[in-house]
Design a protein around this ligand. Structure first.
Ligand SMILES: [Fe+2]
Length: 266
């Protein structure tokens, strides 16, 4: 099974150039690339910060762009989003019955679970009792030999990033406790920190990708915080025995060399 993860699209209401990049164009290129190469994917998951300002116009732009995506998709909110505007623009995007943008997607390889960690008005994320209760019930349903894969926007683990660690998920141990209690969570995917990082937390592997917006620097110095690294999306391959993740720098055209002749061909 192939899953695509795209994160931190950050569409702005004014379609402005930010840090030298046009994010609307980036999203269009990303969609073209996925359509051309990964039309066989089961699902494309957007792990939050769909817009930069949460405005209705930005969701309208997002909807127009996504109308060209040939792979089914699921949207999660990030701290830059506004839940009501997201739900209004995408009423077909599943919610959990409690007003949160949480849902499951069952596949032969296991259950994908999408969490809504948005705390409106705060950069940090939260999973309140209601959202965690819903998650526990969905994990319990999946527990009979079925693997579960978690997607959310905010990191539920400190990543060693001095500036960004205080801006992750609030009280992350509450989530980790739910995940470890059920014992069937095989992987956690998230966004938010605009960097490529992988690790484990409480024995559960996780990864985050830098996404479409500018990358936060590893060593933040003074006001120098963001660098315009190439945007990327992830190709996630899952079956009963493995989880494999490829990062795709879809705008890059590296020099090509022929191993047969040793000559440069592009
Ligand atoms: Fe972001």
């Amino acid at each position: 099974m192939k899953i695509i993860q795209v994160t931190d699209v950050h569409l702005g209401r004014l379609r402005e150039i930010r840090y030298g990049a046009n994010l609307n164009e980036r999203l269009d290129h990303c969609i073209d690339h996925i359509n051309q190469r990964h039309g066989d994917a089961t699902l494309c998951v957007f792990t939050g910060d769909l817009t930069d300002d949460g405005e209705a116009e930005s969701y309208a732009d997002l909807k127009a762009a996504l109308s060209r995506l040939t792979v089914p998709y699921r949207l999660l909110p990030g701290n830059h989003d506004r839940r009501a505007n997201l739900i209004a623009a995408f009423p077909e995007n599943a919610t959990d019955g409690n007003g949160f943008v949480q849902s499951v997607f069952d596949t032969p390889e296991g259950r994908l679970i999408f969490l809504d960690s948005l705390a409106e008005g705060r950069v940090t994320g939260e999973l309140c009792d209601e959202r965690l209760g819903w998650l526990g019930a969905r994990l319990a349903e999946a527990a009979a030999g079925k693997a579960a894969y978690i997607f959310l926007h905010h990191p539920p683990v400190e990543l060693g990033l001095t500036l960004l660690d205080p801006l992750g998920l609030e009280q992350p141990q509450r989530l980790i406790d739910v995940l470890t209690r059920h014992g069937n969570v095989r992987y956690i995917f998230f966004g938010h920190v605009h960097r490529d990082i992988a690790g484990t937390v409480a024995g559960i592997p996780f990864s985050v990708q830098r996404g479409l917006h500018a990358r936060f620097m590893l060593d933040v110095v003074g006001d120098e915080m963001v660098e315009q690294a190439p945007p990327a999306y992830s190709i996630i391959l899952i079956d009963g025995a493995r989880v494999v993740i490829h990062s795709c720098d879809f705008l890059e055209q590296w020099p090509l060399w022929s191993p047969a002749t040793g000559e440069r061909v592009r």
